[in-house]
Design a protein around this ligand. Structure first.
Ligand code: FES
Length: 148
């Protein structure tokens, strides 16, 4: 069995499994290949349009491959006021990509997110699963160095 078939077999063929299945596929491939969306629609007997709608609604799901490490800079009000834009510029320079892009080697994706719920620690950045608060713009290299 190929990995996609394994993932599909891991869940029952019920419509309520749509999001969990998409999350599993996202975690495995780091994005949702079109072939996978079609296979999910077939397995759950759902219209492809519904699968696509869910796949494009949640920011944690992506139709394009993401990097091994996703760097998420909070751009909520508190973080914006405390320099998130400068931090983004610093990370863009360090990674050699623009916000929303993935490095050519597939190591990093740089994204912005709304409030991460840790406003007292603004500006806040997530590097993979780790949350970092009070991040000065000048620490972009140090921040990335932890995961390189
Ligand atoms: S605004 Fe950034 S954590 Fe709330």
């Amino acid at each position: 069995m190929n990995p996609l078939e394994d993932l599909l077999q891991s869940r029952p063929g019920e419509a309520r499994q749509l999001l969990p299945l998409l999350q599993l596929i996202q975690a495995h491939y780091r994005y949702l290949p079109e072939e996978a969306l079609r296979a999910v629609a077939e397995k759950l007997e759902l219209p492809l349009s519904r699968v696509f709608a869910v796949a494009t609604f949640y920011s944690a799901l992506s139709l394009r491959p993401k990097g091994e490490t996703v760097v998420k800079v909070c751009c909520g009000t508190a973080c914006h006021l405390r320099g998130s834009e400068t931090l983004i510029a610093s990370l863009e320079k360090e990674l050699g990509i623009k916000l929303g892009e993935t490095t050519p080697d597939g190591s990093h994706t740089l994204e912005s997110v709304n409030c991460l719920g840790a406003c007292a620690l603004a500006p806040v950045v997530m590097v993979g699963d780790e949350t970092h608060g009070n991040v000065p713009a000048a620490s972009a290299r140090h921040l990335l160095g932890k995961v390189k």
